[in-house]
Design a protein around this ligand. Sequence first.
Ligand SMILES: [Zn+2]
Length: 282
Amino acid sequence: MKKLTFKYIFPLIVFIISLVLIVFSLILKLEEKREKEENYQKLLKEELVQKEAKRKAEEKIQQKIYLMGKFNPSEREDFILIPSKYATVENKMYLRKETLDAFLKMQIAADKDKVDLKIASATRNFDYQKSIWNNKWTGMTLVDGKNLAKSIPDDLNRFKKILEYSAVPGTSRHHWGTDIDINDANGEYFKTKQGEKVYEWLVTNAPLFGFCQPYNLKGAERETGYNEEKWHWSYLPLSKTFTEEYKNLIIDSDIKDFEGDKYVPNLNLINDYVLGINPACL
Ligand SMILES: [Zn+2]
């Protein structure tokens, strides 16, 4: 009996133990594989999150470049050359396609009412605005007949004087391809009979084509920003978004690389000027 037990039971035990060991090692291997797969998936997910963050950061940089006008509109597909018959000047001017489409519709309607509308200024990029600004700063361009470099030797006061009618490079709505000056960027023209008629027509009709006057008369409605500009109109369906993006993306330290830029922190440029517009255009 004992011999028999030894003969059968012992191999059986050995067999069972081996089986247990095999199953155990198999489970271990499976567990290892699962862990590896899990780690791989985790890595893949992390990579995707990183890629998405990088894409968003790049998009943000590109949008900041756009909002500050640091591009050449003639090289962008979303901009279009304004046909010369709709312009008061000979130099090539560009607008976002949507803005020009809306202007052309408005121009036809105005024409029917015997009001002549032409574009006196359109997209002005950072470099263009910088040359306007720097020339006023150095006295190369006279302001109210004066060489500001001599008449206002104090830099901060000179900065504020130029700011009355010229945007600081990087803060102009003209960077966006959404804003136009109509007929004449000059207060005197809008005091003439013809100018008054044009302005009256625009106040009544421009909103029907998506245009809004950002620099309306300063007062309770608009306490800060540029003086009244009856000639300057914004195409709201685009400019509203850009105003909002400007508020969210641009900070004072982005506004630089022109004469007097060290005074930017002394002035509340973004709040008072970029956002200091007619509430109807916000
Ligand atoms: Zn303007």
